[in-house]
Ligand binder design. Structure first.
Ligand SMILES: [Zn+2]
Length: 404
């Protein structure tokens, strides 16, 4: 299998749905370039129009619903809605069954910042069965929870008659999958996206799971959406979005980050995936097994586009961190769904992509990793690099400058 890489970032051709142009540059990099010439003031005025519409038609005391995970983007978005666009948002959070104390602290912090929050915690016994099936049949332990993440805010909007449902970034914009039918801001059609693939819940039935157990995972029907008459909107289309800047903002406003080291979690940032104990880490590693790239590739590509690191530095970081996952995360997951680690690896390996080879000791290795494109990667001091881009350090610097 020949894997090529975007010539600007470190994203491989094995990423599902990736499109590269004739110059070998991915659509996410092209989208980043395009963002530089967007008139963001004009986009913000467009969003203000939507906000004003919601305020004028809402029959609830809330103007809109913001779907939140409780992480770095949620807190920034909530502040934008209230302090910049004058909305009174109701925050709706889906809490996964492996939720952490840290996730609870950060949810509490959002409330302390002056917001109202509804947390939905679906039955963990059902979630456990769904996670097991999600892993065994799709090699993706988050497939079922993504359904709840998008369905819960719409369900709450319909129940409480709130006309506007907001999400963050639109994944289709980065994939270059935007056209007249999908103009880049419309989130009502999210159930048709690649991730949710039709949002049909039938595949989750059986093994004692009935359709009544799946209500939180079921996207409202077209009829329900039509009689509600509201809109679903991706804020990322209207605002000059930077996950890194959002993290700096949120840490300044009380977001707590985790303490695990990059080599245990396969990522150089501590502000990411704070609400899940093992799900996120295990899923990053499974992505690496299936598609040959993990979460470091994802974030280092953002870093390259934003000018925080060079492509060579990113390649060194990918070599060191991508796919790393401390065994305790895998243990935790296995215990939860009731399998042992041998079974875990047997299933994981059944999804292993064709970019992997086995050496004579039986160890898997990537045949054509991005770091093979550089000969002198040892020159890159990855410890220094991780410190340099660290959002927590940036917050401390800002604080010291203010105090000094
Ligand atoms: Zn790229």
């Amino acid at each position: 299998m020949t894997v090529t890489f975007c010539r600007k970032c470190v994203m491989p051709s094995s990423r599902p749905g990736i499109v590269m142009d004739r110059e070998g540059v991915c659509m996410a990099c092209r989208w980043h370039e395009k963002k530089q010439s967007i008139d963001w003031d004009s986009r913000a005025r467009q969003f203000q129009d939507i906000a004003d519409w919601a305020k004028s038609v809402s029959r609830s005391s809330f103007d809109c619903i913001l779907g939140v995970s409780g992480g770095k983007d949620s807190l920034w978005q909530a502040h934008q809605l209230r302090d910049r666009f004058g909305l009174n948002p109701l925050l709706v959070q889906y809490v996964s069954s492996d939720a952490t104390e840290l996730g609870r602290h950060n949810a509490e912090n959002m409330v302390k910042c002056g917001f109202t929050l509804i947390s939905i915690q679906p039955n963990p016994l059902v979630a456990q069965k769904l996670a097991r099936k999600s892993f065994i049949e799709y090699g993706n332990i988050a497939k079922f929870s993504e359904l709840a993440l998008f369905s819960a805010p719409f369900r709450t909007a319909i129940e409480q008659d709130i006309p506007l449902v907001l999400f963050g970034e639109n994944p289709a914009l980065e994939a270059g999958d935007v056209n007249q039918d999908n103009p880049g801001w419309d989130a009502s059609g999210v159930r048709f996206s690649h991730t949710l693939s039709g949002a049909a819940t039938d595949i989750w039935l059986g093994d004692g799971v009935t359709s009544r157990d799946l209500i939180q995972y079921t996207f409202p029907s077209v009829a329900e959406l039509e009689s509600w008459g509201g809109r679903g909107v991706f804020m990322g289309y209207f605002l000059d979005w930077s996950g890194w800047n959002n993290a700096v903002f949120s840490i300044q406003h009380g977001l707590e980050t985790h303490g695990d080291v990059p080599d245990n979690i396969g990522l150089h940032y501590r502000h990411h995936s704070l609400d899940s104990d093992f799900g996120a880490m295990v899923n990053f590693m499974l992505k690496y097994v299936k598609f040959g790239f993990g979460e470091t590739t994802e974030h280092a590509s953002y870093d390259i586009r934003a000018g925080r690191m060079t492509r060579k530095e990113a390649a060194a970081l990918v070599k060191r961190l991508d796919g790393r996952c401390h065994p305790r995360y895998i243990h935790g997951f296995c215990e939860w769904i009731g399998i042992n680690t041998n079974q875990f690896w047997e299933i994981a390996d059944s999804f292993r992509g064709k970019m992997w080879r086995k050496d004579n000791k039986g160890e898997w290795y990537l045949e054509e990793p991005v770091w093979h494109h550089y000969q002198d990667l040892d020159e890159v001091d990855t410890d220094e690099l991780i410190r340099r881009v660290d959002t927590i350090r940036r917050v401390e610097e800002i604080k010291q400058r203010r105090e000094g």
